[in-house]
Design a protein around this ligand. Structure first.
Ligand SMILES: Cc1cc2nc3c(=O)[nH]c(=O)nc-3n(C[C@H](O)[C@H](O)[C@H](O)COP(=O)(O)OP(=O)(O)OC[C@H]3O[C@@H](n4cnc5c(N)ncnc54)[C@H](O)[C@@H]3O)c2cc1C
Length: 566
């Protein structure tokens, strides 16, 4: 019987309060719903407005973690990669990556010392990893991923027709291997919450997501306050609280008055996006795993019609919401990209936008950020009237397994026993009927277009955001007009549907985390005004608030993304 069969068990209704609506909070809400547990998820901002939106967007085993002996993490991540490729193919797609290699034996001693924990740091200028070392790592990676449907690694010549145009004099070898890419983790989070809502309705348990709210704790009572004065405070008596606020974990514990040592030691990572046509065409459908001068990986990845380059790793202790990419970081990334692809000749003016996020890493006393473990665990804070747990660490890739093990631990602590069902075999909404074959997909888009009256381009645009759910959504929207928001291929009715169904409150929710328009070079002030008009129609804004809201969205785009909107 499949894991998601609804008829198995009567629901247990102990309320768990989840703080944080990033990928981990969302995966937890879905997993708790599957186990028959009610949840309220509270976020001080929008869903997916933390590290989840500012990552490298890879679903990967973490090749370089092998050098630090993190075998369990690599094994777990590769198993999750395989599962996500199968259960969420509308979001997670295979990606071929090339590692340019300049020498045969470089880095072996360094790597052995790191592995044996005799050297913790990558030096400021590390020897380049040579062919022997890279192949050894990739063999191990293939071995751990042995159940994967993805092809195994190979060594190819830079002259090979499918090879990216790296500097051939400097890099006589290219090692190719596969990982996976998730273009919009933000949309993945929406799908997780959508699924949590569906499961909760099926199981007869409750699920609520409250964005732009703040929780406080007094004894056994949690009070949940909306930002702004108008709505009433909600009081609940949760059986447990899970603090899944990523890099904010320590700040959240202080807000709840839960005593704790400092748990987090996040590092800032920045990326830039370039629409440089020569680079985009040269890259095709593959990515490059380059090595910066300090030995850190820098990924050069296809990203829609643009290219995504990142990342950096800089200690960061301020409010994670304030992290932005510095000019030094952008220069570092440009240098790393130009070193492997000198023909692209990227300059600062090629950077169309950038973003920066803080990794929710555990606090350790390491001298270099690269060696901090990427493992995750659940920390229990004892002594309070309500059990409080904090999620430490975690990657996009392992959100599901993190949620699964956390739900087991929390239920165990509450005496609820093991969860009757898990998400191991449950597809995400939009996966069913989704074909990885482009020709079949195009045929389906044409059919949906004929059935609903939308254009094929409109169908494709919605499909890229929602997967196969696009067919149902557009059928629901079809009766009410087919015009687009100007400068986009998004039907106005679809925008309204998103506002009504996807927890939208503000203009930047729509632009940055639902419609993903921040990555569209056509985004203009006129588009923002039209979106704001739909928010007015849906009673999220009043007419008099529109101008301020548009200005706020534009200021955010400039401050966080270096993007100018005219
Ligand atoms: C630069 C960078 C690159 C990365 N690349 C990858 C990658 O390629 N692959 C991969 O697998 N992983 C990657 N990661 C890691 C991954 O992005 C994170 O581990 C993951 O997104 C963490 O999710 P989260 O839900 O725990 O935290 P977040 O996404 O940060 O969410 C935390 C949420 O908590 C909310 N919040 C804060 N304070 C409170 C409060 N007091 N009450 C309620 N809510 C609150 C925030 O608003 C936010 O929405 C990367 C991370 C970074 C920073």
């Amino acid at each position: 019987m499949p894991d998601h069969d609804t008829s198995l068990d009567p629901p247990h209704d102990s309320l768990v309060l989840i703080l944080g609506a990033g990928i981990n909070g969302a995966a937890l809400a879905r997993e708790f719903a599957l186990s028959g547990t009610s949840t309220i998820v509270v976020d001080t901002g929008d869903l997916a407005c933390g590290a989840t939106a500012y990552s490298s967007r890879l679903i990967h085993g973490g090749l370089r973690y092998l050098e630090y002996g993190e075998f369990d993490l690599v094994r777990e991540s590769l198993a999750e990669r395989a599962r996500l490729l199968r259960l969420a193919p509308q979001f997670v797609k295979p990606l071929r990556l090339f590692i340019p290699v300049s020498n045969r034996f470089g880095g072996v001693i360094e790597s052995a010392l790191r592995f044996l924990k005799l050297r913790r740091a990558a030096a400021t200028s590390a020897p380049r990893r040579g062919l022997w070392l890279v192949r050894a790592g990739l063999r191990l990676y293939d071995w751990y991923a042995r159940d994967s449907t993805l092809p195994r690694h190979e060594v190819v010549s830079p002259q090979a027709p499918d090879a990216p145009p790296v500097d051939r004099r400097k890099y006589p070898w290219l090692c190719s291997y596969y990982d996976a890419q998730i273009r919009y983790p933000e949309r993945f989070v929406v799908a997780l919450f959508d699924d949590a809502r569906r499961i909760a309705a099926e199981r007869g348990v409750s699920f609520q997501l409250l964005t732009y709210h703040q929780a406080g704790l007094n004894g056994t009572t949690a009070s949940i306050r909306p930002q702004g004065a108008e709505a009433a405070v909600i009081s609940v008596e949760p059986a447990a609280i899970v603090n899944a606020t990523g890099a904010w974990v320590d700040r959240t514990l202080r807000q709840l008055h839960v005593p704790s040592k400092t748990l987090m030691g996040g590092t800032k990572g920045s990326h830039f996006v370039t629409a440089n046509t020569a680079l985009r065409e040269a890259l095709g459908d593959v990515g490059i795993y380059a090595e910066a001068a300090d030995g850190r990986p820098v990924f050069i990845l296809p990203f829609g019609r643009s290219v995504l380059v990142g990342t950096t790793d800089v200690p960061f202790s301020a409010d994670p919401a304030e992290a932005t990419a510095s000019e030094d970081e952008l220069a570092y990334l440009l240098a790393a990209a130009n070193e492997v692809l000198p023909s692209a000749g990227l300059t600062r003016s090629d950077i169309d936008m950038y973003y920066s996020g803080v990794r929710p890493l555990p606090r350790v006393d390491e001298t270099t950020t690269a060696v901090i473990t990427r493992r995750h665990w659940l920390e229990e804070h004892t002594g309070g009237a309500v059990p409080v747990f904090s999620v430490i660490g975690g990657k996009l890739t392992t959100c599901r397994s993190l949620a699964e093990s956390s739900v087991v631990a929390v239920r165990d602590r509450l005496g609820l026993g093991p969860p009757p069902q898990t998400s191991r075999e449950r597809p995400l909404p939009g996966a069913e009927g989704y074909s990885a074959d482009r020709t079949l997909r195009e045929r389906r888009w044409r059919r949906v277009a004929e059935e609903t009256g939308f254009t094929v381009e409109q169908v494709r645009t919605v499909w890229e955001l929602c997967g196969a759910e696009a067919a149902t959504i557009l059928a629901e929207c079809a009766a009410n007009g087919r015009d687009c928001v100007s400068g986009t291929d998004l039907p106005r009715r679809f925008v309204r549907w998103v506002i009504d169904h996807e927890w939208v409150r503000r203009l930047d929710d729509l632009v940055e985390r639902r419609l993903m328009l921040l990555y569209d070079p056509r985004l203009s002030r006129a588009t923002l005004r039209e979106l704001a008009a739909v928010l007015v129609e849906a009673e999220r804004l009043t007419e008099s608030e529109v101008e301020a809201e548009v200005r706020r969205a534009i200021d955010r785009l400039r401050f966080h993304f270096g993007k100018r909107v005219e």
